[in-house]
Design a protein around this ligand. Structure first.
Ligand code: NDP
Length: 283
């Protein structure tokens, strides 16, 4: 087993469109109950993760904050992402302050609009408020999540700051290649959520075969594929052994031919909600 410093150092830093760098492999905390989040994030930080992805809607920001405070790590050495809840797009500043307080930090590294909720018609207003918070230095980079092409076009036509990131569902069986390409063509980095397909993509025969040939696990092969295609990736696990396993994927480099074999596994199977119509308030 590699030590913590080696594991953390193997994670590449990507440079976002405003010059801010982000560890390409982070740790997601969706569906971790609030009271278990402190324990999971403490373990993740001890394992070597330096990038944590949470959201106001996950109701576990305070658990993330407690783990950060107890870690003894310098704030500058951590990259913290949180997200604006759908029902708070009309009160972005207050929502941001609540997140900042729950996390117990002076600044957020990356703040995302969680979903566009086009039926609400509020995301450009929310973006303007985020641009102000960014200009004030309270956020190092601002971005979006679940934005499809029409939402990106609308935002880009009405905004000053180009999003640094579009966080979208992406895994071998559902890659959203066109959306990823469009995002990148505007300088927007692609961040893959549910990168393991919530575990569902790990049983695929091609993934198993490649895992055997690289002496790796299926999860490591899938994560190495994301890293090799340029995605930022934020796998979630509450299992310490899997935290180590997933982080160590940064030490695996797949050949171009093997990257392509995994890219050929697309089958259009979305797991999460469709952003074109998703309108949950998350309150
Ligand atoms: P993932 O693709 O990360 O899969 C998580 C599941 O895979 C869990 O059941 C976990 O089990 C299992 N798992 C993790 N590592 C391994 C491994 N090495 N071997 C076998 N099984 C493994 O799904 P998520 O949906 O959680 O996505 C990751 C993150 O993306 C979220 O935590 C969140 O931060 C973000 N996200 C963002 C969304 C958005 O709308 N912006 C929506 C959904 C997710 P266990 O924990 O039991 O070990």
């Amino acid at each position: 087993m590699t030590d913590v410093n080696t594991a953390a150092a193997a994670v590449p830093e990507l440079t976002l469109n405003n010059g801010v760098t982000i560890p390409q492999l982070g740790f997601g905390v969706f569906q971790i109950p609030p009271e278990e989040t402190r324990v999971a994030v403490t373990e993740a930080l001890a394992t070597g993760y330096r990038h944590i992805d949470t959201a106001a809607a996950y109701r576990n920001e305070s658990g993330v904050g407690a783990a950060i405070a107890e870690s003894g790590l310098a704030r500058e050495d951590l990259f913290i992402t949180t997200k604006l809840r759908n029902g708070e797009q009309g009160s972005t500043r207050a929502a941001f302050e609540a997140s900042r307080k729950a996390l117990g930090v002076d600044w957020i590294d990356l703040y995302l609009i969680h979903w566009p909720v086009p039926s609400q018609g509020l995301f450009t207003q929310a973006w303007k408020d985020m641009e102000s918070l960014y200009a004030e230095g309270l956020i190092r980079a601002i971005g979006v999540s679940n934005f499809l092409a029409p939402h990106l076009d609308e935002l880009l036509s009405k905004s000053t700051v180009i999003p640094a990131v579009n966080q979208i569902e992406a895994h071998p069986s559902f890659q959203q290649r066109e959306l990823a390409q469009k995002s990148r063509s505007h300088g927007i980095a692609v961040e893959a959520y549910s990168p393991l397909g919530q575990g569902k993509d790990l049983d695929n025969a091609v993934i198993s075969e490649l895992a055997a040939s690289y002496g790796a696990t299926p999860a490591q092969v899938v994560l190495a594929w994301h890293l090799g295609t340029g995605n930022i990736v934020i796998p979630k696990t509450v299992t310490p052994k899997r935290m180590q396993e997933n982080l160590a994927a940064a030490q695996i480099q797949l050949s171009d031919a093997d990257l392509q074999r995994i890219s050929a596994l697309e089958d259009g199977g979305r797991i999460g909600a469709d952003p074109a119509v998703a309108a949950f308030t998350q309150m």
